[in-house]
Design a protein around this ligand. Structure first.
Ligand SMILES: Nc1ncnc2c1ncn2[C@@H]1O[C@H](COP(=O)(O)OP(=O)(O)O)[C@@H](O)[C@H]1O
Ligand SMILES: [Mg+2]
Length: 464
């Protein structure tokens, strides 16, 4: 493997100084997870000053550190000194992008970014050297970090770009300079900060400002904001969706509780396969991923074969059977995150599970500002259509609890920890249980409580 960052590349990229030269084969901003040979970047942020952890990172095998002050006792350590480490990280991302010879995709959207990124990564990695962030590294440090870790000669790279506030996406897109920029969905996540769905659509569409000359913006054809987003750029636009006008089209989707039998037409090629990640939202992500892969030059038939093996990650729809004292239940673990769009998709999926009772367990969807109450109440129709019982926690979900017919009400509690015992005592053999809520609502506590409930004596605990 060739060196990711030689000492001269590090110095040239950052305009820094190095008393003792070193090279790096990785980049880390967390001393606890820094790997041997990494460059450790001492960022100053919410979690304190990274300069305090430089010694620790070097002990863990980091080959050197990017600093803007020399920590005491480390005067002779391998350090790359710059004016500001955050700017230094940006400079590394910028330089890594400039030397990159492959094709790069950037993914944004209200929900589905990480899933789309993971699907695309799988498709591309099966065909050629591919670089992508391991996690949702999509913000002001996640995007430059992902770029700084990018090998110059990978064939493909995939970046996720997110936002909490208006104006955040365009600068990150300009740093990433994608050949293909894709928007998974336009929903209501972060509407509290943005004000309206139009503003969200405009912000997402600003990803096109970073496109390379000749680049393509891939838009969701079924979004009511498709026309608006299309009109916002002079770059080439392609679309994906079930609408007859979509360039990359979902022709047939036969969803069941375990997956979806799909017929798609991507780049003029008809593809048929079974997607084992259940839910129509997953079918939409798969279509978008194949369209991106096609626009990046990858093979579509191989891509479809790869997606047929794809499985959703923990907390993002992973599904399993669990033995509890009352019997065996099916758990849909969606505890990782939530927005109205995502909860709707998850409820529709719950509705497809064959079970005597379908139980939705929902925690507050956060960061919705003034729209919070109405967004929560708007889920009442989806609950009525797809669930038999609803358990809720959090002050916002209280409004949904009050909005549904009394016969559908399971219980409401102030938080997930107090809801867990109420839910556990109500569960019965055969129940299908969906657990979902924003990360801050800590719905994982409920998943943990279900997992910890021991089966009745004599029953073997399920293997997981
Ligand atoms: N295309 C989609 N439409 C609606 N909901 C989706 C879609 N893709 C994913 N989701 C839901 O959103 C949640 C978060 O998915 P993820 O891919 O991590 O999105 P992001 O990275 O944008 O936060 C998933 O658990 C799933 O419930
Ligand atoms: Mg993400």
């Amino acid at each position: 493997m060739s060196t990711l960052w030689t000492s001269s590349d590090l110095i040239a990229a950052t305009s820094g100084t190095m008393a003792q030269t070193f090279a790096a084969n990785g980049v880390s901003i967390d001393s606890r997870t820094a790997k041997p040979g990494d460059l450790f970047i001492a960022l100053v942020g919410e979690n304190g000053d990274g300069h305090r952890f430089v010694a620790k990172a070097l002990e863990n095998g980091a080959s050197g550190a990017l600093v803007h002050a020399i920590p005491a006792g480390l005067e002779n350590a391998p350090l790359l000194r710059v004016a500001d480490t955050f700017t230094g990280l940006h400079a590394l991302g910028h330089s890594a992008r400039a030397r990159f010879t492959g094709k790069l995709a950037a993914i944004t959207g209200s929900v589905g970014k990480t899933t789309l990124k993971e699907m695309l990564r799988c498709i591309l990695a099966a065909q050629a050297a591919t670089h992508a962030a391991e996690a949702s590294y999509n913000n002001h440090w996640g995007v430059p970090l992902t770029l700084a870790r990018m090998p110059a000669h990978a064939t493909y790279a995939v970046n996720e770009i997110g936002m909490n506030h208006a104006g955040e996406i365009a600068p990150l897109a300009r740093l990433a300079r994608p050949h293909v920029a894709a928007i998974s969905t336009i929903g209501t996540a972060h509407i509290g900060n943005l004000g309206s769905q139009e503003a969200i659509a405009d912000e997402k569409a600003s990803i096109a400002e970073g496109l390379e000359p000749g680049g393509v913006l891939l838009l969701p054809a079924d979004s009511p904001f498709y026309g608006r987003m299309r009109a916002s750029t002079t770059h080439r636009v392609e679309s994906f969706g079930s609408s007859p006008t979509a360039i990359h089209r979902l022709l047939v989707a036969q969803p069941d509780a375990d997956g979806t039998d799909l017929t798609l037409r991507v780049g003029g090629v008809e593809l048929q396969f079974r997607l084992r990640a259940p839910g129509l939202h997953m079918a939409s992500n798969a279509l978008a991923a194949l369209a991106c892969a096609h626009l990046m030059g990858a093979d579509l038939l191989e891509g479809a074969a790869t997606l047929a093996e794809f499985s959703p990650g923990a907390g993002r729809g992973a599904r399993r059977e669990i033995e509890i004292p009352a019997g065996r239940i099916t758990l849909l673990d969606e505890s990782y995150n939530a927005s109205t769009t995502a909860v709707r998709a998850a409820l529709a999926l719950l509705g497809m599970v064959r079970a005597p009772r379908r139980i939705a367990v929902l925690g507050d969807m956060l960061e919705m500002g003034e729209a919070g109450i109405s967004e929560h109440v708007s889920l009442a129709a989806d609950v009525a259509a797809h669930a038999d019982l609803l358990f809720t926690c959090g002050p916002l979900m209280r409004h949904l609890h009050d909005a549904i017919p009394p016969g559908q009400r399971g219980a409401h509690a102030v938080d997930s920890a107090s809801l867990a015992p109420l839910l556990l005592s109500a569960l019965g053999d055969g129940d299908a249980v969906l657990v979902k809520g924003s990360l801050g609502s800590r719905m994982k506590t409920i998943v943990g409580a279900i997992e910890a409930a021991l089966p009745a004596p004599g029953q073997p605990k399920d293997q997981r």
